[in-house]
Design a protein around this ligand. Structure first.
Ligand SMILES: Cc1cc2nc3c(=O)[nH]c(=O)nc-3n(C[C@H](O)[C@H](O)[C@H](O)COP(=O)(O)OP(=O)(O)OC[C@H]3O[C@@H](n4cnc5c(N)ncnc54)[C@H](O)[C@@H]3O)c2cc1C
Length: 362
């Protein structure tokens, strides 16, 4: 028996791909896909992992508008539009795939812990105990599986404060990013009347104030805030026959804190072969590491440096690099950008100085 803990995207997708004939999917909530905390943005790299049916797509984003603290804005068109999905439908679609693949569902059943017995495990849930040969921890940012296996360690997480709200004068197909709130803030249109609006950063009074300013007097339809684990390059992905995937393994890119693409890719690698999972994920670890370093530099930027960054990217040839490359894989464009634009080197050097003389941890 394989026990998958968590019927979020990573757990359900894993269970939909696993060839073993006795897979059990445990979910603490009574229903799949609710509650959720997500903006539902998928980059084009999802298409290499799974084809998203049209009925899950709420809107398509064709360009980014990035606004500097001095209000100067640049538009970055996207070669491949981002998909904005309905997270509840997405989670349920993946869950149905898992059930179609033969997985047994255990809804409203919370994983509490496990005991090792010879080469197997006895897991304890809120309803029963089970003998199992393998445990997959896909149980999100506060992974009880990782905690029980003592591989949770000193994990850091940040907060994403976000709502779906009524919004006037939305620019169609345009995600707006603000650099002067939290680590960054966003407005993502679902249609011409509703947007997903949020800000993320270390939990603080300041972050809350930024969020309140962002929302203003707009009517909130749904709160979709939540915790976001910060990628840890040292995170252990396996202990014996216990594996972690998705947010439980901190597999999120720290530049935008998106985790869906990486969580699903991890699920696919694990289902394909548990013994090569860690090795296969290594090349993504490199991308996640670069994203983490980029985020750490962005987080020590002064207002002046943020304004300078926007000026640098207002140059067409720099913007083109952002337009054409997939932001999930920074190794493919970062060096190209630095070679093309000497001002990025001097900005990078001053950011390094900032981080040495004014350390601000993620
Ligand atoms: C505000 C915000 C915005 C975001 N926006 C984006 C975005 O636009 N794009 C993107 O790619 N990512 C985004 N993310 C991150 C994304 O939501 C996560 O990376 C993604 O949900 C991770 O999927 P997962 O399956 O690993 O974990 P989760 O989605 O957290 O699923 C874990 C599941 O495990 C269940 N569970 C937990 N503990 C137990 C237990 N003990 N027993 C049984 N079940 C349990 C939970 O109920 C849940 O269903 C955002 C996150 C936040 C907070």
């Amino acid at each position: 028996m394989i026990s998958v803990i968590g019927a979020g995207p990573a757990g359900s997708f894993y269970a939909s791909q696993e060839k073993h004939d006795d897979v059990h999917l445990f979910e603490e909530h009574k229903v799949v896909g609710k509650p959720f905390s997500c903006s539902g943005v998928l980059t084009n790299s999802i298409s290499k992992i799974v084809k998203i049916p049209d009925e899950l797509i709420i809107s398509r984003i064709k360009q980014f508008k990035i606004v500097a603290p001095n209000k100067k804005a640049i538009y970055v068109p996207l070669k491949h539009p981002n998909l904005i999905i309905d997270r509840t439908k997405f989670d349920r679609w993946l869950f149905d795939k898992a059930i179609d693949n033969g997985a047994t569902s255990h809804l409203n059943e919370k994983f509490l812990g496990y005991k090792k017995e010879n080469n197997a495990y006895k897991i304890k849930t809120s309803k029963s105990t089970y003998d199992t040969n393998m445990i997959v921890g896909a149980d999100g940012p506060f992974s009880q599986v990782a905690k029980s296996a003592k591989i949770f360690k000193e994990r850091k997480s940040i907060t994403g404060l976000q709502s779906r709200c009524k919004y006037k004068n939305l620019e169609e197909g345009t995600t707006t990013i603000f650099l002067d709130k939290g680590d960054f803030a966003w407005v993502i249109p679902e249609d011409d009347k509703i947007a997903r609006v949020g800000v993320l950063g270390k939990p603080s009074k300041r972050l809350w104030k930024d969020y309140m300013n962002l929302i203003g007097k707009r009517k909130i339809i749904q709160n979709i805030s939540g915790a976001i684990p910060v990628f840890d390059p040292k995170q252990q992905l396996r202990k014996g026959n216990i594996f972690l995937i998705g947010d439980a393994a901190s597999q999120l890119k720290a530049t935008t804190h998106g985790g869906l693409v990486f969580g699903l890719q991890a699920a696919k690698y694990l289902a394909n072969n548990k013994n090569t999972y860690e090795k296969n994920f290594k090349h993504l670890n490199k991308e996640l590491w670069i994203s983490l370093k980029m985020r750490q530099l962005m987080n020590v930027m002064t207002t002046k440096q943020k304004n300078a960054l926007i000026t640098i990217f207002s140059k067409k040839q720099n913007k083109d690099v952002l337009s054409t490359h997939d932001r999930d894989y920074p190794s493919k464009f970062l060096f190209k950008l630095v070679l093309r634009e000497p001002r990025l080197v001097s900005l990078g050097v001053s950011l390094l100085k900032n981080s040495i003389f004014k350390p601000k941890k993620l």
